[in-house]
Write a protein that binds this ligand. Structure first.
Ligand code: ATP
Ligand code: MG
Length: 661
């Protein structure tokens, strides 16, 4: 399969594939290099990506966006209090305590979990990629924010599975950008002393920074930090709220009370923000925003900066945390590589540069750096492709401990993967057990986590523990792993027992003596720990149970088929309409000498009836009916066309013969 990378943005999503010995950005059905991240639900089908954006204003209540922010989040999470203000569709608590969107779809009310929504969107992205590459897409490397908790990473993983993809790796966004940097700039990188680079991504909703040590063929993330609520949308809301206030006094309208009006103000605010990145002031006009009132105003860059002052004032915080983790100071940083759409804001760039007291580098493509890394990482995991070897280790932002019921051990838990460690990483622990037991992984320190995060990550049952004869307990060795996707697992478990084993005694040849190679080896008996048997591990993680997930996959397949049928029906309808006009035109021109008057009047009559049908009874017909109607017309149209083509061929032959003479 073609290695497939997806940078699922809060605002827009970028797709890349590794092919033709490079990384290609995949454009969508309207040739855009980024696809809006949203889903609209309609009476007959879903509108995902571009089509969703086109009908968003008229379908706000049934449009789900900001999906990435609610994926794997609990409804009762304090963070959701902040998050929900950004949504235009109603959100409800589902049976698992998660968040579902409540929308009207196919003429009735439906609820879709955040994982389902993400799966729908990823499935669409897959479809775009399949069409564009005519390829075989099965493996995916998806990037997620560094602040995603285990549960959110699991939800991202499940969403890929529901979209019938194989997630070979879930990777942190900034890490992916850094990997791209390491791989595609390999020739400029030092071979020995690593270069220290700060990678900064400020997107639509969040701000992340990672400090990396990069050298040829190798990368280590030394520190990562974030502000979960810092991005372009904060600017948009600041502008929109400013104008909402202004219009209240100036025009006596409250756009906040009218979702459609507020959405239009918000969309215009985003445009204005972008203009202000290049100009010092810009006009702001919306026709008939509400109550038939046209609004008109303007904004200067300075004013915008004053609105977002509190935001800009906390810009330095994540950088300081990341630097501290990395054990570095701003002056130790060689380069500051900046990505993400929001870093186009001049005051932000200026402030970042001031913090480091260095100019910023923009050697990475701001919008495509992450996805390029993703596609490369996916290719790394491909068994058939050979890619340049590149080793990278990521930074573990949250400490994780494993707990068990204490028996003969000194402790009932151990912090196995501390914050600041690198992953992937494997550690082995030994527990002395009388029988089967359970282990639980928990976040050690709630202070390190986004507020409200559940402590428990996963639970395991370890079965098959039988102490040796005459013993109370047996040593169980557990292989604990923080895997390449950042998931915490128990990879394997087995018991060991002490056995007397024969061992060759190594003899140091005495000085001056030749080693006697023919001498019989001498054995001694020693007590050694040897593996007794493998233990059975069953895990309850934050991932969806398999039957659950399979249900969702099946359902997603059904919804996709419905969408496909609607699209195909629309295509057939358009084809019929086009054919009617085309045939009618030709009947008066090219075909006019090739049909009898009787045929012409019969066909004209049929065309007129078909046209009437299209706008009345046939307005909302089935695909089969459109095809049947088309074929009915074509059965006569094609006879006439055949005569016309035969005559044309005759003419061509005649010309050719003339030329040969
Ligand atoms: P996130 O990373 O938070 O999930 P995302 O990846 O979708 O979101 P990006 O595509 O990196 O976000 O950035 C989108 C944001 O950048 C939007 O808020 C957009 O308005 C803003 N943006 C894009 N171009 C400019 C510009 N020229 N000036 C100011 N802001 C811009
Ligand atoms: Mg982004």
């Amino acid at each position: 399969s073609i290695p497939f990378g997806v940078d699922l943005g809060n605002n827009s999503t970028v797709i890349a594939c590794a092919r033709n010995r490079g990384i290609d950005i995949i454009v969508n059905e309207v040739s855009n290099r980024a696809t809006p991240s949203l889903i609209g639900f309609g009476p007959k089908n879903r509108f995902i990506g571009e089509t969703g954006k086109n009908q968003q204003t008229s379908n706000l209540k049934n449009t789900a966006d900001h999906i990435k922010r609610i994926l794997g989040l609990n409804y009762d999470d304090p963070d959701f209090e902040i998050e929900k203000q950004y949504f235009s569709c109603p959100l409800v608590k589902n049976n698992e305590g998660g968040i579902s969107a409540k929308v009207r779809y196919l003429g009735e009310e439906h609820e879709f979990t955040s994982t389902q929504l993400a799966a729908m969107y990823i499935n669409k992205i897959k479809d775009i990629t399949l069409k564009e590459t005519k390829g075989n897409i099965t493996d995916i490397c998806l990037s997620v924010p560094v602040w995603y908790t285990e549960k959110q990473r699991c939800a991202a993983y499940d969403a890929c599975k529901i979209a019938d993809l194989n997630p070979v790796r879930i990777v942190n966004e900034v890490t992916a950008a850094a990997v791209g940097y390491g791989v595609f700039k390999a020739n400029d990188l030092p071979e020995d002393e690593p270069r220290k680079v700060a990678f900064i991504d400020i997107g639509h909703s969040s701000y992340q920074v990672s400090i990396a040590a990069v050298k040829k063929g190798e990368l280590k993330i030394l520190g990562s930090a974030y502000d979960k609520h810092f991005g372009g949308r904060n600017f948009d809301y600041a502008i929109a709220n400013h104008f909402a206030d202004e219009f209240k006094s100036k025009y006596k309208i409250d756009v906040r009370e009218n979702p459609k009006a507020f959405y239009r103000v918000l969309a215009a605010a985003e445009k204005l923000k972008k203009v202000l990145s290049a100009n010092s002031s810009a006009p702001f006009n919306i026709e008939s925003v509400m109550n038939d009132i046209d609004v008109s105003s303007s904004l200067s860059r300075e004013e915008l900066e004053s609105f977002v002052k509190p935001l800009l004032e906390k810009l330095h915080v994540p950088i300081e945390i990341a630097l501290k983790d990395a054990g570095l100071k701003t002056e130790d940083i060689d380069f500051i590589e900046v990505v993400g759409g929001c870093t186009r804001v001049p005051s932000l760039k200026q402030k970042l540069s001031d913090i480091f007291q260095k100019p910023l580098s923009f050697t990475l493509n701001q919008d495509e750096a992450i996805v390029r890394g993703n596609a490369f990482i996916c290719a790394m995991h491909s068994p058939t492709l050979r890619v340049r070897p590149f080793k990278f280790e990521d930074f573990n932002p949250y400490s994780v401990s494993y707990f068990w019921d204490k028996e003969d051990e000194d402790d009932d838990h151990l912090e196995v993967f501390p914050r600041g460690g690198l992953f992937p990483c494997t550690k082995i622990i030994t527990l002395y057990r009388r029988g089967d037991f359970e282990v639980e992984a928990r976040y050690t320190n709630p202070k390190e986590l986004p507020i409200g995060t559940e402590r428990v990550l996963a639970k395991w049952k370890i079965e098959g523990v039988v102490p040796s004869e005459g013993e109370n307990t047996i040593a169980c060795k557990l292989k604990l792993r923080n895997d390449p996707s950042g998931f915490y697992t128990i990879e394997s478990a087995h018991t060991v027992e002490e056995k007397l084993v024969k061992e060759v005694v190594e003899k140091e040849p005495k000085e001056g003596e030749e080693e006697d190679e023919k001498a019989e080896p001498e054995y001694r008996e020693v007590k050694k720990l040897v593996k007794k048997n493998d233990l059975k591990i069953s895990c309850t993680s934050s991932n969806l149970p398999e039957d659950h997930r399979n249900n969702y996959t099946e359902k997603e397949q059904q919804l996709t088929n419905t969408d496909k049928l609607v699209a195909e029906t629309e295509d057939r309808k358009n084809a019929l309409e086009e054919y009617i006009y085309e045939l009618r035109g030709k009947l008066e021109e090219q075909y006019k000498d090739f049909a009898s008057d009787e045929e012409k009047s019969k066909l004209s009559d049929m065309l007129m009836k078909a046209e009437d049908w299209l706008y009345e009874d046939g307005y909302d017909a089935t695909k089969a009916k459109y095809i049947a109607k088309y074929e009915e017309l074509a059965s006569i149209g094609n006879i006439i066309r055949g005569r016309y083509l035969a005559k044309e061929e005759e003419k061509k032959q005649a010309i050719r013969q003339k030329q040969e003479e």
